[in-house]
Design a protein around this ligand. Structure first.
Ligand code: DOR
Ligand code: ZN
Length: 354
């Protein structure tokens, strides 16, 4: 194979992670350097306990993140910048959005349908209750990050994203056509097609694990809790549709890892938490996915251009280099006093960020 078809190294503009769970306290201090090494900026999810529902809480959380950053990641060339978000509730006031916008460091508001996933109990019970607030977001250009799953227990788990499009996304976009929306961590061909064909300001993030794996992975030879996340991995036809979207060069699709740390004990148990930890090797995973599709030339725009363009932020300066090199990922890493198992922990992977 020629070098052009299969390069041994690729150098791209520093990427960003447009969907990340950092947690708080000692756990945050453990995982933050992983993301800060891989990415220049990250959209930080607000699903803490209690959730980050106000500008004051987001400001304090941001200070804690900055204080926990290793010194070399606070300095110019290696600087990591947390981009903060607010957690929408039935009671979020329009003025809270104005205050958030004025800070310059709160970049989005997150929708967790109540009961959809980890720490979503305080989430929205009915979007109609939030319309006044959403109207202000539309007016100010504040992006709305949507966990796109209905929560009705009578809807099959694997259908919840497709049903969300019909029941929630279409009516919302009909009523608020100028609202900037990111359909987060899409997992189906239905969502990929919906976003690709939609008019107006909508985009989608795609995780590395949804590009690399289908739902068989959760059940290979036994139940594998580290592959369990929400929205759950889907059939192969959906994975293929996500690969097509990510490698298409369409600016509506960009990188969001949804890396979500949980202690080993919370994953390897009778009722394990949802979330895949990929912050350690996210860019390596994306490189693997794009490489398999023969589309490494499309990785830079997906990882480093389309996100900031959508959020009206400047693209990063500086570069990162990924090398085709086999190495073994640690089986576990620290998570505060405990430990977590990264996705692919203890396995060999084919790319390495230098
Ligand atoms: O798998 C997931 N983990 N999906 C989510 O939506 C939340 C996340 C978490 O916070 O653990
Ligand atoms: Zn998430």
């Amino acid at each position: 194979m020629s070098n052009i078809e299969s390069p041994q190294t690729i150098t791209i503009t520093r990427p960003d992670d447009w969907h990340l769970h950092l947690r708080d306290g000692a756990a945050m201090a453990s995982v933050l350097p992983h993301s800060a090494r891989q990415f220049a900026r990250a959209i930080v999810m607000p699903n803490l306990k209690p959730p980050v529902t106000t500008t004051a809480m987001a400001s304090a959380y941001r200070d804690r993140i900055l204080a926990a950053l290793p010194a070399d990641m606070q300095r110019a060339a290696n600087r990591f910048e947390p981009l903060m978000t607010l957690y929408l509730t039935d009671n979020t006031e329009p003025d809270e959005i104005r205050r958030a916008m004025d800070t310059g460091f709160i970049h989005a508001v997150k929708l967790y349908p109540a009961g959809a996933t980890t720490n979503s109990d305080a989430g929205v019970t009915d979007l109609a209750k939030c319309y006044k607030t959403l109207e202000v977001m539309q007016e100010l250009g504040m992006p709305f990050l949507v966990h796109g799953e209905v929560t009705d227990q009578d809807i099959d788990l694997f259908d919840r994203e497709a049903v969300f499009i019909e029941r929630v996304m279409r009516p919302l976009r009909r009523d608020m056509p100028e609202l900037k929306i990111v359909f987060e961590h899409i997992t189906t061909k239905d969502a990929a097609q919906y976003v690709a064909e939609a008019d107006g300001p909508i985009a989608a993030t795609i995780t590395a694990h949804h590009l690399l794996y289908n739902r068989n992975e959760i059940f290979k030879g036994g139940i594998r809790p580290h592959y369990y996340c929400l929205p759950v991995l889907k059939r192969e036809e959906h994975r293929l549709a996500l690969m097509t979207a990510a490698t298409s060069g369409d600016e509506r699709f960009f990188l969001g890892t949804d890396s979500a740390p949980h202690a080993i004990g919370a994953k390897e148990t009778a009722c394990g938490c949802a979330g895949c930890y990929t912050a350690l090797h996210a860019m390596e995973m994306y490189a693997e996915a794009f490489d398999r599709a023969g589309a490494l030339d499309k990785l830079e725009a997906f990882a480093s251009f389309y996100g900031p363009d959508f959020y009206d932020l400047p693209r990063n300066e500086g570069t990162v280099t990924l090398k085709r090199e086999s190495w073994t990922l640690p089986a576990t890493v620290a998570l505060g006093e405990s430990a977590l198992v990264p996705l692919n922990g203890g396995e060999q992977i084919n790319w390495k960020m230098l």
